[in-house]
Design a protein around this ligand. Structure first.
Ligand SMILES: C[S@@+](CC[C@H](N)C(=O)[O-])C[C@H]1O[C@@H](n2cnc3c(N)ncnc32)[C@H](O)[C@@H]1O
Length: 364
């Protein structure tokens, strides 16, 4: 039996919400993300002063950016093209003059009508026609920019502005259409880009190596015993559908995503028992983490338990048991949130924890 320690005052830190006020961190709102503050707290708990930090589920790069602020080398892997793109743009160093000049050029562009025929009605329905024309106009302009770094910077601003000026409403794992007054796109985009440029000056980072790339946490492209710290949060057991909520953005701004193998995302296997699939995937992840971690490496992993109509699956305990079997020692399980798992929104099934697991790879 493990001892569970309450750290409910850290509950909010397991969400993206605190990042919404922070320069650069807030360039792309990622519902699945955690906060910079949580990463900083873990780095302090681990007394991490040097070494290499890994986030095998890096999402929009919060771990990597926080490490960059601390001057710690870090590496991240992610499968979602949109999240990975946001992470890449956020961790780069920019030439501010170049960005300011590009913004000036973009501002002068006159409105033009665009061919919208390639956009299916299930995407078009989330935008007003005039806004969509403007989005397409800027998309073309941004794609024509010569410098790749500048191009990506303006593209990320465009993606988040388009989402903000749309009728999309992301409710859990589904996107709904909610018609409401929206800000004028051009003005909004321009302000956003101005703010993003200002943000670069505001966020003080240190010289270090920061890398994020496409990769699967179950098969890490890393050599044995190279990692000093792991700070991460895998997908949660009952929230495996959320990749769909970015379909509109992926369609408009990326080449239509290649048909993903059904097995690419953790726990996603059609026809299978999702609990079994989840833990079998997570066992592979933990084994990989064991392989790449140096003896003595510290790991902080935020997980949520699974809520089902007939039971709660205690992922925090089960993953700790798996980790111990693989060779980690369980240093602590800190409960960050303790909600109710409900059936039909009215009946209580049991307590649903979100926990921070702290493991160490034992020195042999
Ligand atoms: C809970 S989120 C982590 C978010 C991150 N902590 C942040 O603040 O942005 C889990 C992430 O894992 C990604 N993911 C799912 N399966 C993966 C896999 N097999 N390998 C790598 N990343 C994966 C998802 O796309 C999602 O971005």
């Amino acid at each position: 039996m493990y001892k569970l320690t309450n750290r409910l005052e850290w509950g909010k830190l397991a969400t993206f919400v605190p990042n919404k006020r922070l320069p650069v961190y807030n360039w792309f709102y990622y519902k699945e993300g955690f906060s910079r503050e949580l990463v900083i707290k873990l780095l302090d708990m681990f007394s991490a002063k040097k070494g290499l930090v890994l986030d095998p589920f890096c999402g929009v790069g919060t771990t990597n950016l926080a490490c960059k602020e601390r001057g710690l080398n870090s590496i991240g892997f992610e499968l979602s093209p949109l999240a990975l793109f946001a992470a890449k743009v956020k961790i780069m160093d920019y030439d501010i003059t170049k960005l300011k000049d590009t913004l000036k050029t973009i501002k002068k562009i006159k409105f033009r009508k665009f061919d919208r025929s390639w956009i299916p009605s299930n995407v078009r329905r989330y935008f007003n026609t005039h806004t969509l024309d403007d989005i397409l106009l800027f998309k073309g302009l941004v794609e024509d920019l010569e410098d790749n770094l500048t191009k990506d910077f303006f593209r990320l601003g465009l993606i988040s502005s388009a989402t903000r000026c749309s009728y999309m409403y992301k409710d859990g794992s589904v996107v709904k259409r909610r018609v409401h007054p929206i800000p004028p796109f051009r003005k909004f985009y321009h302000h956003r880009m101005k703010r993003m440029i200002r943000d670069i000056e505001k966020l003080k980072t240190k010289e270090c190596k920061t890398l994020v790339s496409r990769g699967d946490a179950r098969k890490l492209k890393l050599a044995n015993e190279t990692i000093d710290y792991v700070i991460t949060s895998p997908p949660y057991l009952n929230k495996i559908e959320y990749t769909k909520i970015y379909n509109v953005e992926e369609f408009l701004f990326f080449k239509p995503p290649k048909k993903r193998g059904l097995r690419s995302f953790i726990g996603m296997r059609e026809g299978d028992d999702i609990v079994k699939a989840y833990f079998s995937d997570m066992e592979n992840v933990l084994k990989e983490l064991y392989r790449v971690c140096k003896p003595g490496a510290k790991l902080g992993i935020v997980v949520g338990n699974g809520c089902f109509p007939d039971r709660v699956v205690e992922s925090d305990i089960l993953l700790s048991e798996l980790a111990e079997k693989i060779g980690f020692s369980v240093e602590g399980i800190y409960v960050l949130n303790n909600r109710w798992c409900m059936r039909n929104r009215t009946e209580k099934v049991g307590r649903l924890r979100e926990s921070l697991l702290v493991f160490e790879k034992l020195k042999t």
